[in-house]
Design a protein around this ligand. Sequence first.
Ligand code: ADP
Ligand code: MG
Length: 246
Amino acid sequence: MIEIKNLSHQFGPRLILDNINLNVPVGKVATIMGSSGGGKTTLLKCVSRLLTPTNGEITVDGLNAIEDPEGTRRKMGMVFQSAALFDFMTVTENVLFGVRRHKTEKEKSEKDLVAEVLEDVGLTPDAGKLMPSELSGGMRKRVGIARAIALRPKVMLYDEPTTGLDPVTTYVIDELMVRLARTQGITTLIVSHDVSSVLRVSDQIAFLTGGKLVFDGTPADFETSTQPEIQEIIQKSRATEFVLTH
Ligand SMILES: Nc1ncnc2c1ncn2[C@@H]1O[C@H](COP(=O)(O)OP(=O)(O)O)[C@@H](O)[C@H]1O
Ligand SMILES: [Mg+2]
């Protein structure tokens, strides 16, 4: 579960997040939409405690995230848009990177763990030997997700996980994020611009604009929202022709 209460964040004098309240129940998938530069990544960084918010409370899986940033990060897997794989390491070494840094006791052999998480993301153990340069964009994403879930997180954060992927690969990654939430009970928070993706993956959609959350509801509520900025993105994402005015 993720609970965000009265969260505000300023970079210098600029108020980027303005009194945000958002709850994501255990095992549910919530998506944050909103314009570029609107503070979505900043919100994920506050939740993952890469940033200390100016104000507010955050609880992650019962833990006070403001007081315990280290503990919070241990409960969490993150897939950031730019979070590239290490090009000089094999897939296996990439997957084990976080595990080797964080885990103190070894419950399982590394080989078994790698095979298990690769299977979780739809890859065979053979993929472990490959170098990142040998992987397609979709496979790279899967390996990034495998690296994050190897720590068996309670919460997963994904920042624009399908930006730049083709529609078929996008579908596969969408299905994977939802499957991990459903089968492993991972509470999931995704930032995305892709309306068709968002409507099919989300239990809950939040819309961030001008630093405020102006919508928080189901996909059905989102589609029928009368809020102009929400209507605009739904209409434009579905538009099949232009209205040329000049
Ligand atoms: N470390 C930082 N210092 C100062 N300003 C920042 C920093 N990170 C982000 N910003 C600014 O905060 C705003 C929100 O950024 P961001 O959260 O990345 O937006 P989004 O992910 O919605 O595109 C932007 O105007 C950005 O320039
Ligand atoms: Mg961003």
